[in-house]
Structures are given as structure tokens and as C-alpha cells.
Design a protein around this ligand. Sequence first.
Ligand code: ADP
Length: 392
Amino acid sequence: MFDYLIFLIPALFTAILLVALIRKFRFLFETSSLNKQAAKEIEQLSAQLDISNTMMDVLLSAASGIIIMTDQFLQVQHLSPQAELFFDIRSNTGPKATLIQVVRDHRINDLAASTLANKTFHSLEIDYVHKSRILRVECLPVQTSNDQPYGTVVAIEDRTELKRLEIVRQEFLNNVSHEIRTPLASIKAMTETLASNSIDNPLDRNDFLNRIIAEVDHLTVLIEEFRMLSNVESGGLPLATKTVTMKSMVVATINRLQAQATAKNIKLVFAEPHDNKSFELDPVRFQQILANLLENSVKFTEPNGSIVVTTSISTNVISVSVKDSGIGIAAEHVSRIFERLYKVDSSRNSSGSGLGLAIAKHLVQTQGGEISVESQLGHGSTFRFSVPVTKS
Ligand code: ADP
């Protein structure tokens, strides 16, 4: 085997040397009758282009956005890794594709064509149906140093999440103003009626006054809950842990809600009254979360129903579930009820601010825990939350 390597290695070496020599002095053969200087410049230019191409690949591979570079015929020259991923392109697949083959959307292709034709920046926002995403597409013309069109750079930003947040923010602001305007309007109407002395019956006057007090109370609770939510969200509530037993906390919270439950003849029970294990956790937060869930269960369970609180512990995580036999929540609302101000019954007259679950969710999350719900319309709901704790 080694015998023929003795001939092969020098032969290969000579061949490589020959190719290198031919490449280096190619212009002597090719341009003997033409301007040798021009040929040399072309050679240098092509070398520079090679370097630019390599640099472009390196730059685009470092870019974090979706970027496509085309030539003046809208043939794709370079793609950032994100662009390959987004448009499902496997690198090194055959000859260079055209822009339309890559993006499969004539609006992006037309934008690049207009950019080339007008040599100016163009942009647009599109609903990209292939992936159900909202995209902002920006297109820049690329010219050579002597103002000749070279191609375009297409930069794409996925704005789907941003749009969703914009809608959530807008909805939230609308809800806040509605939530405050409605009680204020009825307070104004009732005080105006009282001020006009048009109600003679003292019982009716009392009824008006009580309704005004109820509206003011509702506004006070709403503002207090906003303050609470903003405190939790901004991290303004420091964790204050203590050694507590599960039983003491659950029983104390149940006791706070027992009167409301009894008034509706709802059976409210703790399934493990003998659980005396103790933990290090923030009792105020824990009770607030549980109270918010229990308040809802009492509110959304018909008279004579039942609510059961169950607790469990596994490797330093306590889990609590609140199961009620209430009205349940339809599937389309389940994913939204933890949003601020979201109420299933969107008529604002329903009692409650729609902030209770948002507060509970933040209180759970700021302790590194999780909260979830399982529900079936007409068959009750089970809310579960778990938080990490240290055993004492
Ligand atoms: P609210 O002040 O309206 O109770 P929450 O944020 O606590 O606000 O709850 C949001 C919405 O979720 C409620 O308006 C209600 O429609 C629904 N909900 C919460 N808990 C329950 C439950 N146990 N049973 C049925 N629906 C519930």
C-alpha cells in the first residue's frame, strides 16, 4: 500500500502546484491581447468580493434577526440563521433561490422590487398567513460604490407578541376606565336625585344612601386591589417568611370565609384537618392567595353546594387545591381568567373587580410557584397552586 503512495504524493503535489500557478498567471494567457492592468483589477475585485461574501455570511450568522440579502434580480445571496429557521430553509440546498421562493409572499417580494426600482427604503406590516404571525418588513436598497444597484436587504421583525401585548394593554385601560366610570356615574345620578329633594319617602332615601355607600366601598376595594397588584408586580412586597403549620393557615383562612359560606348554606371544609407539619413560608401571602380562591368559590357556587380544600407536600413544595361544586367556567374563558380585570360575566354590574385571580397569580409567581385551574361549565372548578417551602 505504501509503495504506490511514494508515487501518488509527489504527483498530487505537482498537480496542486500546477493549478496554483495557472490560477496566479491566468490573466497572462487569457488577456494577452487585452489590457493586462484591467484583468488584474478584475482579479483583485473578485478576491475582494470573495472576502465581502465571506464577511457578509459571518455578519449575518451573528445577526439575531430575520435578514435576507438579495442581488438586483431578487435572487437570495445571504440569509441569517434566523431567516433560514423562520422560512424553513435548509442551508446548502441546491442553487440560490429567488426571494419569492424563500418568503412565499408576494407582498414581501413586491416591497423588495419597489425598493430596487426606487432606490429608497420601504416598509410594511403584514399578516403572514403561512405562520399566523404579524411581521414588519423593512427593505433597504444596496448600491455599489459607483451608485449601481447591487440588491436589497430585507429585514423582518416578528411583531406578533408585541401586537398581542398592545391589545391586552388597550383592553386593560378600557376596562379600568369602565370599571371606575360605572360606579362614579351611578353615585352622581343618585346624589343628584337626593339633592333635588324629589324623594320624599325616608325608606327610599335610605336605600339610595346605602347604594351610594356600596358603590364607594366597591371603588375603595378596587383601588386597594390595584395598589396591591402594582405592589406585587413591582416587587414592592418583600417576602416575610415564618414557621407555620399548614393546618393553622388553612383553618384561619377558612374561618374568615365561613360566614359567607354558611349564609348560602355551602359546606366549606378542609380535607386534612390533622396535618400538623410545619414550614417556612410567607403566611400573609399564602392566606391571601387561598382567601382569593375561596372568596370566588363561595361567590360562584350556588346555595347548598360544597367547597373542599386539600393540601399535599412533596419534596419542599406545598400544593393546595380548592374544589367547588359551582357554576364552572367555559373552556374559552379558562385561559384568560388570570388576566387583570377579566371577568367571565362581562356585564360590569357583576360584583367583583376581576383582579382577585391576577393578584393570586402574582403572589404565587413571586414565590416561584405555579397556579392553574381545571373547570367544566356547570360542574364546578378546581383551582390549584403550589409554592416552594423549606421544612422547619
Ligand atoms: P372577581 O373579582 O370577578 O372574582 P377574579 O379575578 O377573582 O375576579 O376572577 C375572575 C373571573 O373568573 C370571575 O369574574 C369569574 O367569572 C371567574 N371565576 C373565578 N373563580 C371562579 C370559580 N371558582 N367558579 C367560577 N368562575 C370563577
